[in-house]
Design a protein around this ligand. Structure first.
Ligand code: NAP
Length: 342
């Protein structure tokens, strides 16, 4: 059955140019890290994607290892592409990545050409696609020459298996090196995907956005809600079914009185702006026009709708920024810090 897509889906979403490329990305993109594996009912995953597409979200972000089990999120999305999003492939930007452990043995993770090329072939097979729009090196590999990892990305483009390429969680310095290598091979790097939120501000210290501007690359910020911390859901209790109860990547040690105090204060500021905290957190990562997109996750269609509501107020005045800065403090929630430490 094909989904009866909303005809007004492009009326309200904002699209931002990705660096110096020809590609526009939606201000909010949807990530399929959680809630698209075999642990979640397919109807839930389908409803999330349907809602996103109907609100103008054209970009869906995947990786080889999303699930569980690893690979199953790509299979779920393949199903959604065949059913609800049938006939809409050319309206979509679909990304995948390789870098984290995908299969056993020495060729199942990191950045060798052997792993990157095999992983992309596997992703395409699972997705049922001839090409992905963006293929990423998911993390920096300190033991593989960057020329080799970037060479694999360049080959993916040359072989028609990816239209664009990017890097994720690379430091500004390694991004510059990667960009130089790719440009030397005739490939313009499209985008960087770093973690970034009001509780995780490493990209500011690293001056990543300035570097990306120099390189002509865009930026898509993942976990803008700090995996759900930057919402009002944990303020009075830990709701059952929330990510913090799922024994996954939202660690119980994130829920300290200190961090929850910051969230409480930020929640008050959001209410003063007439926004939910989730909406303000998304608007905040988008406050710099060099940030192309906020890469959100969702466990329900209604969360997608709430998050897209951020677009109603993307502006911050200086007083608000100053008030937010008092509580938007690095809180040790960056699980990807090791990759960008090189
Ligand atoms: P996130 O947006 O920070 O967190 C999403 C979670 O927040 C949801 O699962 C939900 O938690 C809660 N939530 C979302 N919208 C809400 C709303 N409006 N109100 C209340 N709660 C809300 O992002 P994420 O899911 O951690 O990551 C997003 C995407 O970033 C991933 O899917 C992936 O594509 C990408 N990512 C990339 C990397 C990388 O290394 N490149 C790493 C991580 C993620 P509950 O489940 O508790 O309801």
């Amino acid at each position: 059955m094909t989904h009866n897509e909303a005809r007004d889906r492009y009326d309200n979403m904002k699209y931002r140019r990705c660096g110096h490329s020809g590609l526009n990305l939606p201000a909010l993109s949807l990530g399929l890290w959680h809630n698209f594996g075999q642990d979640v009912a397919i109807e839930t995953s389908m409803a999330i994607c349907r809602q996103a597409f109907d609100l103008g979200i054209t970009h869906f972000d995947l990786a080889n290892n999303y699930g569980p089990p690893a690979g199953s999120a790509e299979e779920t999305f393949a199903h959604i592409l065949k059913t609800d999003l049938h006939n809409h492939r050319d309206e979509l930007i679909i990304s995948s990545k390789a870098g984290y452990r995908m299969w056993p043995g020495p060729y199942g993770e990191f950045g060798s050409r052997k792993y990157m090329m095999a992983s992309l072939d596997q992703s395409l097979k699972r997705l049922g696609l001839e090409y992905v729009d963006i293929f990423y090196s998911h993390r920096f590999d300190p033991n593989t020459p960057l020329e080799e990892t970037m060479g694999a990305l360049a080959s993916a483009v040359q072989q028609g298996k990816a239209l664009y390429v990017g890097v994720s969680s690379y430091s500004a310095a390694k991004t510059a090196e990667a960009a130089r290598i790719l440009k030397g091979m005739g490939i313009a790097p499209l985008i960087h995907q770093p973690s970034y939120s009001m509780l995780n501000r490493w990209i500011e210290k690293d001056q990543l956005l300035s570097r990306l501007e120099t390189e002509g690359m865009g930026c898509i910020a993942f976990t803008p809600l700090a995996q759900g911390l930057l919402t009002n859901k944990y303020l009075s209790a830990v709701p059952s079914g929330s990510r913090a109860t799922a024994n996954k990547t939202m660690l119980p040690e994130f829920l300290t009185p200190e961090i929850l105090g910051r969230v409480e204060a930020l929640n008050k500021i959001a209410l003063g702006r007439g926004q939910s905290l989730a909406q303000m957190a998304i608007a905040w990562v988008l406050r710099d026009s060099r940030m192309t997109s906020a890469l959100i996750g969702a466990s329900s269609a209604s969360q997608v709708k709430d998050s897209v509501g951020a677009l109603a107020n993307l502006k911050f005045d200086e007083t608000e920024i100053a008030a937010i800065n008092q509580h938007a403090i690095d809180s040790n929630v960056n699980l990807w810090a090791e990759s960008s430490s090189h």
